[in-house]
Design a protein around this ligand. Structure first.
Ligand code: XMP
Length: 587
C-alpha cells in the first residue's frame, strides 16, 4: 500500500486515484499520521498544499516519516517540506508560477525514467526549493524554477515541484509509475476487490437498519442506490426522488422511468417548499445551506410517513465532494457541498449516514455502474449538482461589484494585443487559483476568434491579472449590461430550464454529449430588459481540473441561436476558462 499524506492541496486526492489506476492500493491519511502506523506501507507520498514551510501554523508532520526506510515522494509543498526538513533551502514567495511550464530533464534517475529532454508539466506554487539537501541531486528544472525535481537515490527520497497527478502533465502517470517501481509496490488493486470491500463496509455500517436515500437521477446517487439495493435487498432500501424546483426539464419522468427497474423509488413534489426556503436569498452559500436543510426536512417527513423504525441516510457522495468542502483537515474552502451541510454532519456524527462511494472518483463510479449492469445512458449522464439549477441561476441584490480601478483598462489592453474588444463584468463568480478558491470578476471578449486564440487570450488575462478568474466570449451582439435584482423565482428557473434544454438538445442531436464532461448553462442577472445566459461546456476526467470544450463552431452557433431566441435572454456568452483558474460551476 502507498500512503498519501494529505497537506490539503487541491490535487492531494488525485494522487491516490492515479496510483490506484496504476494497480496499487493507495490511501489518503492525515499529514500527521504517526510513523508507527506507516511501518507496513510500500511507499509514502507527501501531497501539495496551500501552506508555506515558513508559516507559523504549518500542517503537522512527523519528520521520522523520512527515516522509515521506504521511498518517499514529495509533491509541490511535499517537495519543499522535504527540502526544508533535510537541510536544503526553500525561498518564500518570489515568482508565482501557475499553469503549464517546460521541464528540462537534467538527469533521468529512477523517477524521471523514460521522459524526453523536455516535457510539459503543470506548476502551481509560490515558494520554491533553491538548494537541495545533502545527498540530493537536481534532476530537472523549468525556466522559473531551478530545482523542479530532486532525488536522493541512496535513500529513495524524491521531490517534484510540478504535479504529476494532473492530466495537464502529460507524462505524469509515467513519473508516478516509476515511483511505484522504486517502491516495489504490489500491483494487486482492482475494482472487484474494492467492490467487495465496499460491500462489507455497507453491511457493517447499516447493520440491521434500513436505508433511506435521495436519488437525483445523477450517476452517483443512482449507482449508490443500486449498489445498496444489491447488498441489502429491495425491502431495506428506499429511494426518494424529490422535485425540488431545481431539476432540469423532463428530469423527473426520466428518473422514475429508469430507476423503478432497479429498486423501490418514490417521487414527491416539494418544489413549493424549496422555493419558499430560498425566497429572497442571494448568497450562494446561503442558498446551498437552505436547500440542504430543506432536503433534510423533506426526508425526515417522508421517513416518518414510511414508518421505518430505525433508519440510516444513504448518500451518493464521491471523493471530490468531500475534499472540495474542506472536510479533509488541511484544505482551503469557499463553498460547501450540500452533502456536508450542518444537519447532515450531525447525522454523520450519530453514525446514521452510509456513503458507499465516498472513496471513489467519477470514473470509478462509472465502472461500478457498469459492473452493476446499469444502462449506458445512465452511466454516461453528465454530472449535475445536487442543488441543481439553484446554483446555476446567479442571484443579486441589484448592486454591482465595483471593478477595481484600472482593471478594465488592463483587460482591454491585453485583449487588444490579440485584436479583440474586452470588458469586465460587474459581477463575480467562483474560481480556484493555487490551492485557494476565489470570488472574482469575469472578463468578456468580443470579436471574431478561433478557440486557440481565445485560449491564449484567456490564459494571458487570468495569468496577468489576479482580479480576473474567468473569461467568457460573447456569442451574440453587445448589450448594455446592468446588474439586475434577481432571486430564485419559478419564472427565472423556467427560463433557465428552457435555455438548458435547448442547448443540450443541440449537443444531443449532433452526437456531442459524450464529447463533453458536462455543460452547465448559467443564468446571470445582467442585461437590459432580460438576462444573460452562459454556456460552460468542459472536458474533464474527474472535475478537479478541466478544459473549456472547443465545440464545433456550427454547434456553438446553433446553441447560441436556440438560446438567444428565448424571450428574456439578452445575451449569450461562452466560457473559455480552464479549471484552474475558473471552477466548472459559476457559484
Ligand atoms: P466546480 O464548480 O467546483 O465543480 O469546479 C466540480 C464538480 O462538482 C459539481 N458541483 C456540485 N455538485 N453540489 C453538487 O452536488 C454542489 O453544490 C456542487 N457544486 C459543484 C460540478 O457540477 C462539477 O461536476
Amino acid at each position: 500500500m502507498i500512503a498519501v499524506l494529505d497537506f490539503g492541496g487541491q490535487y492531494a486526492h488525485l494522487i491516490a486515484n492515479r496510483i490506484r489506476r496504476l494497480g496499487v492500493y493507495a490511501e489518503i491519511l492525515p499529514s500527521d499520521t504517526h510513523p508507527r502506523k506507516l511501518r507496513d506501507v510500500e511507499g509514502v507520498v507527501l501531497s501539495g498544499g496551500p501552506a508555506s514551510v515558513y508559516d507559523p501554523d504549518v500542517p503537522p508532520f512527523h519528520e521520522e516519516v523520512l527515516e522509515l526506510g521506504v521511498p518517499v515522494l514529495g509533491i509541490c509543498y511535499g517537495h519543499q517540506l522535504m527540502a526544508h526538513m533535510l537541510g536544503g533551502e526553500v525561498r518564500p514567495g518570489g515568482t508565482r508560477e501557475y499553469g503549464m511550464a517546460r521541464l528540462e530533464v537534467i538527469e533521468e534517475d529512477e523517477v524521471l525514467k523514460g521522459l524526453g529532454l523536455t516535457e510539459t508539466v503543470w506548476m502551481s506554487h509560490g515558494d520554491q526549493v533553491v538548494r537541495p539537501p545533502e545527498g540530493f541531486r537536481v534532476l530537472a528544472r523549468t525556466p522559473d524554477c531551478p530545482i523542479a525535481a530532486m532525488g536522493d537515490p541512496r535513500r529513495h527520497l524524491y521531490g517534484l515541484q510540478f504535479h504529476p497527478e494532473v492530466t495537464h502533465t502529460p507524462k505524469g502517470m509515467e513519473v508516478l509509475d516509476n515511483f511505484l517501481e522504486v517502491c516495489g509496490a504490489a500491483r494487486t488493486w482492482d475494482m472487484d476487490r474494492f467492490l467487495s470491500r465496499i460491500e462489507e463496509e455497507i453491511k457493517a455500517v447499516v447493520g440491521s437498519r434500513k436505508v433511506f436515500l435521495l436519488v437525483s437521477g445523477g450517476v452517483d446517487s443512482t449507482v449508490a442506490f443500486v449498489l445498496l439495493t444489491k447488498v441489502l435487498g429491495g425491502e431495506r432500501v428506499y429511494g426518494l426522488h424529490v422535485d425540488n424546483a431545481f431539476l432540469r426539464k423532463g428530469e423527473q419522468e426520466a428518473v422514475e422511468r429508469s430507476l423503478k427497474a432497479f429498486g423501490r423509488v418514490q417521487v414527491v413534489d416539494a418544489s413549493k417548499e424549496f422555493l419558499r426556503a430560498v425566497e429572497g436569498v442571494v448568497d450562494p452559500e446561503e442558498k446551498r445551506r437552505r436547500i440542504g436543510d430543506a432536503f433534510v426536512r423533506v426526508m425526515r417527513r417522508e421517513v416518518e410517513a414510511l414508518d421505518l423504525e430505525e433508519w440510516v441516510l444513504g448518500q451518493g457522495t464521491i471523493y471530490p465532494d468531500t475534499i472540495e468542502s474542506g472536510s479533509t483537515p488541511n484544505s482551503a474552502v469557499i463553498k460547501t457541498h450540500h452533502n456536508r451541510v450542518e444537519a447532515i454532519r450531525r447525522l454523520m456524527e450519530e453514525g446514521r449516514v452510509v456513503e458507499p462511494l465516498a472513496q471513489l472518483y467519477k470514473d470509478e463510479v462509472r465502472k461500478v455502474g457498469q459492473r452493476l449492469g446499469l444502462p449506458e445512458e445512465l452511466i454516461w449522464r453528465h454530472p449535475f449538482p445536487g442543488p441543481g439549477l439553484a446554483v446555476r441561476a446567479l442571484c443579486s441584490d441589484g448592486r454591482s461589484f465595483p471593478v477595481p480601478e484600472g482593471l478594465s483598462e488592463e483587460v482591454k489592453g491585453i485583449a487588444r494585443r490579440f485584436g479583440l474588444e474586452a470588458d469586465v463584468l460587474p459581477i463575480r463568480s467562483v474560481g480556484v487559483q493555487g490551492d485557494f478558491r476565489t470570488y472574482a470578476h469575469p472578463a468578456v471578449l468580443r470579436g471574431e476568434a478561433d478557440w486557440d486564440l481565445l485560449e491564449r487570450i484567456s490564459t494571458a488575462i487570468t495569468n496577468a491579472l489576479r482580479g480576473i478568474n474567468r473569461v467568457v466570449w460573447a456569442l451574440t451582439p453587445w448589450r448594455a449590461r446592468k446588474v439586475r435584482r434577481a432571486t430564485l423565482t419559478k419564472e427565472r428557473l423556467d427560463l433557465l430550464r428552457e435555455a438548458d434544454f435547448r442547448a443540450h438538445e443541440v449537443l444531443r442531436r449532433r452526437g456531442l454529449l459524450r464529447e463533453v464532461w458536462q455543460m452547465p448553462v448559467v443564468l446571470v442577472p445582467l442585461g437590459e430588459e432580460g438576462e444573460t445566459v452562459v454556456l460552460r461546456p468542459v472536458c474533464s476526467q474527474e472535475a478537479m481540473t478541466a478544459q473549456f470544450a472547443k465545440l464545433p463552431p456550427e454547434a456553438v452557433r446553433e446553441m447560441a441561436q436556440a438560446v438567444f431566441s428565448l424571450p428574456g435572454v439578452d445575451e449569450v456568452l461562452y466560457d473559455v476558462t480552464h479549471k484552474p483558474p475558473g471552477t466548472i460551476e459559476w457559484e
